[in-house]
Design a protein around this ligand. Structure first.
Ligand code: FAD
Ligand code: SF4
Length: 509
C-alpha cells in the first residue's frame, strides 16, 4: 500500500494549505521539535517556546480534523534531533513509500532538504508553502538586468496585482505612498492603548528546554507567555489591531519612547512568519476594515501598514532568494569589530540602547525603528562585523527567521550589501533619536554635546563613520551633502578623537 510521509516545519503552520483540505488515510504528517533548530544560533527563550507551542497547537488541530500526525517532542525517545536521521529512521521503520515537503523559507533548510532527498530510498517531491504573494523568483525576474531593486516599484506592482487600495489602474486618491505622514513623535502617553495579550502558562515547555540543556537568551514569564500561538489567537490580535491601533498606526510608527514597548504596532510578525495567518488575509482584512471606517481612519495609516507587508516583507523575501547565498557573506565596509558585551545584557549607560536591548531581552520584541535607528544604527556607526550583528538579530526576536532577518539586518540596517536593499545607510547622530521621543531625557550622556565629558557617543561616531568610509560613500548622490557639511566643520580632529576613544572603551559605554 502507498504510504506518504509529509514534513511540516515549525514555520509552516499554515492551516489553509491545500495539503489539509481533505483527509487522506495514506498520508502521515511529521512534525518535530529538534536540536538542529534550537541550536543553530542561541535563540531567545520566548522564540523557542513560541514555535514549540504553535507547533503543538497546530498538530492538535490537524489531529482533531482527522489527519494522521507523528509529533516528536524534544525529549521523545525516538527523536533523532535532526531531519536527516529522523527521515531515514521513519521511512525504514514505517515503510513509507514517498516523502513530500513544502518549500522552506530558509536557504539553509532548502539545501538540507535537497541533499536529503537525493539520498532517500523513496521518491520525493515538494510543493509551494502557499503563503507569500509571489513565488521565490518573482522579484529576481521582475528586476532582471537592473542593478538596484527599488522597493517602491515592486510595491506598486503588488498593489496593482492584488488590487489593494486601487481605483482601477490608479492608486486610490491618486497617491501611492504616505510615508511622509508617518513620522510623528509621541507627545502624550494618554493616547496609548494596551496590547491585546492572552497570557499562557508555558512552564512545561520551559522546563523541557532547561532539562534538555538548550541554550537560550532573554527571559520569559512562564505563567504569562504573551504571544499568539494559534490561528484563532492570531486572528483575534488582527481584529484588535484594526479596531484599536490602526487609526494611529502610521502616525506613531517611528516613535521611540519608554512609555510602552508596542505602541500602535500590530505584533503580527510571529503569526505571519510562522504562517498561522497569511499576509494577504492580513492586508485584505485591514483594507476592508478601513473601507467601513473611512470617516475615522485616514488612508495614510492604512497605506503605511499595507506597505510594510505587501511591500517590505514580500520584497525582502524576493531579495533573499535573488541574492543568497552570497548575501550572507557581504561586508561592504569591511567592518570587523566585535559586538559590545552589553548587547547581551542591556547594561549600558546609553539610555536608548539600554531601553531597546532591555526590552528585546524581556519581550523578544522591538519595533522597527528601535531595531533600525537604535541598535542597528549604533552597530553600523561602531563598525561591528555584520556576522556578529546578524547572529544577535537572528537570535533575539520572536519573529526572526533568516529570510527576513538577514535582509533587514545585513541589508537595510548595516548596508553590508553595498546598496541592494537601501539606497543609503541608515545612520543618525543623537538628533534623530532625541526628536523621536523621550530616550535622551534622563540619559547619562548629553545628546547636545559632541565632544568632551558626557558627550553622546552617537554624535562623534556618526562623523567617524562618514569620515572613514568617504571613498565608498562620497559619490552616492543621497550622501554628498553630508560630506559638504563635514568639510566645513572646524572641530573635525576633536570629533574623530572622541569617536576613537569611545570605540576603544566600547564595552564600558
Ligand atoms: P508592525 O509595525 O505592526 O508592521 C506590520 C508588519 O509589517 C510586520 O508584522 C511585518 O510582517 C511587516 N514588516 C514591517 N517592516 C518590515 C520589514 N522591514 N521587513 C519585513 N517585514 C516588515 N521582521 C521580521 O519579521 N523578522 C525579523 O527577523 C526582522 N528583523 C529585523 C531586523 C532589523 C535590523 C530591522 C531594521 C527590521 C527587522 N524586521 C524583522 C522588520 C520589522 O522590524 C518587524 O517586522 C516588526 O518590528 C515586527 O513587529 P510588528 O509585527 O508589530 O510590526
Ligand atoms: Fe542615546 Fe545619546 Fe540620547 Fe543617550 S543622549 S539616549 S546615548 S542618543
Amino acid at each position: 500500500m502507498a504510504k506518504t510521509l509529509r514534513l511540516i516545519l515549525g514555520d509552516q503552520l499554515n492551516y489553509q494549505h491545500s495539503w489539509f483540505q481533505k483527509v487522506d488515510e495514506s498520508v502521515t504528517y511529521l512534525m518535530m521539535e529538534m536540536r538542529q533548530e534550537t541550536d543553530y544560533v542561541p535563540h531567545h527563550i520566548q522564540k523557542v517556546v513560541g514555535f514549540f507551542l504553535g507547533m503543538r497547537n497546530f498538530s492538535e488541530e490537524l489531529k482533531s480534523a482527522g489527519h494522521q500526525v507523528l509529533y516528536f517532542t524534544l525529549d521523545h525517545s525516538e527523536n533523532r534531533q535532526n531531519l536527516r536521521d529522523q527521515l531515514d529512521f521513519l521511512i525504514s521503520k514505517e515503510d513509507f513509500t514517498r516523502f513530500e515537503y513544502q518549500l522552506p523559507d530558509e536557504y539553509r533548510l532548502d539545501k538540507i532538504l535537497k541533499d536529503i532527498c537525493e539520498k532517500l530510498p523513496v521518491p520525493s517531491s515538494f510543493i509551494d508553502s502557499e503563503h507569500f504573494l509571489t513565488s521565490r523568483d518573482f522579484l529576481k525576474d521582475f528586476f532582471k538586468g537592473k542593478k538596484t531593486y527599488l522597493m517602491e516599484t515592486f510595491y506598486r506592482e503588488m498593489r496593482r496585482k492584488y488590487d489593494i487600495l486601487m481605483d482601477g489602474k490608479e492608486p486610490l486618491t491618486g497617491q501611492w505612498n504616505y510615508d511622509h505622514d508617518n513620522r510623528g513623535a509621541l507627545k502624550d502617553k494618554k493616547i496609548l492603548k494596551k496590547a491585546l495579550i492572552r497570557p499562557k502558562d508555558v512552564s512545561e515547555i520551559v522546563a523541557l528546554l532547561k532539562k534538555s540543556g538548550v541554550k537560550t537568551i532573554g527571559s520569559v514569564d512562564t505563567e504569562k507567555f504573551p504571544w499568539p500561538t494559534s490561528r484563532a489567537e492570531s486572528l483575534e490580535v488582527l481584529a484588535y489591531f484594526c479596531e484599536n491601533l490602526l487609526p494611529t498606526f502610521g502616525l506613531y510608527q517611528d516613535a521611540l519612547t519608554t512609555w510602552d514597548p508596542y505602541l500602535f504596532h500590530s505584533r503580527l510578525s510571529f503569526s505571519m512568519n510562522s504562517k498561522m495567518i497569511s499576509p494577504l488575509e492580513v492586508v485584505q482584512t485591514v483594507e476592508k476594515y478601513w473601507y467601513q471606517h473611512q470617516d475615522q481612519i485616514s488612508i495614510a495609516q492604512v497605506e503605511g501598514f499595507i506597505r510594510q507587508i505587501i511591500g517590505w516583507r514580500e520584497y525582502m523575501r524576493g531579495v533573499y532568494w535573488a541574492k543568497m547565498p552570497e548575501f550572507g557573506e557581504m561586508n561592504f565596509f569591511g567592518h570587523d569589530r566585535k559586538l559590545p558585551e552589553w548587547f547581551w545584557t542591556g547594561k549600558t549607560k546609553m539610555n536608548c540602547l539600554s531601553q531597546a536591548i532591555g526590552q528585546s531581552l524581556d519581550l523578544a520584541y522591538a519595533h522597527h525603528i528601535q531595531r533600525l535607528m537604535v541598535t542597528g544604527n549604533f552597530a553600523l556607526l561602531a563598525g561591528i562585523h555584520p556576522d556578529e550583528v546578524d547572529q544577535w538579530y537572528l537570535g533575539i526576536y520572536i519573529d526572526a527567521i533568516e529570510w527576513v532577518e538577514i535582509t533587514n539586518t545585513r541589508g537595510m540596517s548595516q548596508f553590508a550589501d553595498g546598496g541592494i536593499v537601501g539606497t543609503k545607510p541608515y545612520v543618525s547622530s543623537a538628533n534623530y533619536i532625541k526628536k523621536q521621543g523621550n530616550y535622551c531625557t534622563g540619559c547619562a550622556y548629553d545628546s547636545n554635546k559632541k565632544t568632551g565629558h558626557g558627550a553622546c557617543p552617537f554624535n562623534s561616531l556618526y562623523w567617524h563613520f562618514y569620515d572613514r568610509n568617504r571613498e565608498k560613500l562620497e559619490k552616492n548622490p543621497r550622501i554628498g551633502m553630508a560630506y559638504r557639511t563635514w568639510d566645513k566643520m572646524n572641530n573635525k580632529t576633536e570629533l574623530l578623537k572622541q569617536a576613537e576613544l569611545y570605540l576603544e572603551q566600547i564595552n564600558d559605554l
